[in-house]
Ligand binder design. Structure first.
Ligand SMILES: [Fe+2]
Ligand SMILES: [Fe+2]
Length: 274
């Protein structure tokens, strides 16, 4: 393997082992067929692992947080399980985005536009993975999370409506929801997604925002009553604020990730994952 030396290989494998253990509550939700898919897409070698590393931590954390939020709101056990599955899959469309954009880099307007396409790209991936997820998953919830987690916008009267991002979304939503209001479940994933993205240090968002800044931004996007429930949950249990930091805060792992990613960046031929 071109990028691997022994030390790097040991570090990547031990980080993968830690992830499997730390997030076993998420991985255990999936049948073996889908676990194999995750292995193939994210863990197969250190190149793919480091390119998708931030996305992976983000989606695993989002899965845990939305599960906790659903429980807090009184959803039943099986519904909570489906929230966690759909939460893990909300950014699965990133598998269709140029891998360069997933590595630490500065975004320009074209990059932002390309990145925005991940919600649309998710339809392609979901078609491939639905049969691997088993019969009892909530396919509508998975589709809603993957396609609509970036399209809520708040109007003056506090209700959320759609921010149009292309004909396809307009058509789909008009057909499904009459272009009026998306379900509470979409509002929930929007809160959790923005919350985790802003509170984390990520490649294209190099500095984490404070809790106050994050809630302030959320109040401009999502309904107040649901956000208040989320804040209540945060007050009751502050542990998960540090989830992302704790894991990606491992300096040795981070240094190894940066070393491998900069080697990948230097050789553009290596970025193609196909
Ligand atoms: Fe996203
Ligand atoms: Fe996300």
């Amino acid at each position: 393997m071109i990028f691997t030396n022994d030390k790097s290989d040991i570090l990547y494998k031990s980080e993968v082992a830690e992830i499997r253990e730390k997030y076993s509550s998420v991985f255990s939700l999936f049948p073996d067929e889908f676990k194999n898919y995750i292995d193939k897409k994210f863990f197969v070698n250190e190149k793919t692992f480091y390119i998708y590393r931030e996305t992976l931590y983000h989606t695993l954390d989002v899965s845990k947080i939305i599960g906790r939020f659903a429980k807090h709101l009184g959803y039943l056990e099986n519904e909570v399980k489906n929230f966690m599955i759909a939460g893990f899959l909300h950014d699965i469309g990133k598998l269709t985005v140029d891998p360069n954009l997933l590595m630490p880099c500065k975004f320009d307007i074209y990059d932002h536009l390309s990145m925005e396409q991940h919600t649309i790209g998710s339809t392609e991936i979901l078609k491939e993975i639905m049969p691997l997820l088993g019969d009892d998953v909530d396919q509508n919830l998975i589709r809603d999370f993957a396609m609509f987690h970036h399209i809520l916008k708040k109007d003056d009267k506090r209700d959320c409506y759609l921010e149009s991002k292309g004909k396809f979304i307009e058509w789909y939503v008009k057909d499904t929801y009459n272009l009026v209001k998306l379900p509470e479940t979409v509002e929930m994933i929007t809160i959790v997604d923005i919350f985790h993205a802003m509170m984390s240090n990520r490649g294209y968002n190099s500095k984490a925002f404070s809790k106050e800044e994050t809630f302030d931004e959320l109040s401009k996007t999502v309904p107040g009553d649901l956000l208040n429930s989320f804040k209540d949950m945060c007050r009751d249990d502050e542990d998960f604020y540090t989830t992302h930091e704790e894991i990606t805060g491992n300096q040795v792992y981070n240094e190894n990730a940066n070393r491998v990613l900069s080697r990948i960046s230097e050789d553009k031929n290596q970025i193609n994952l196909n």
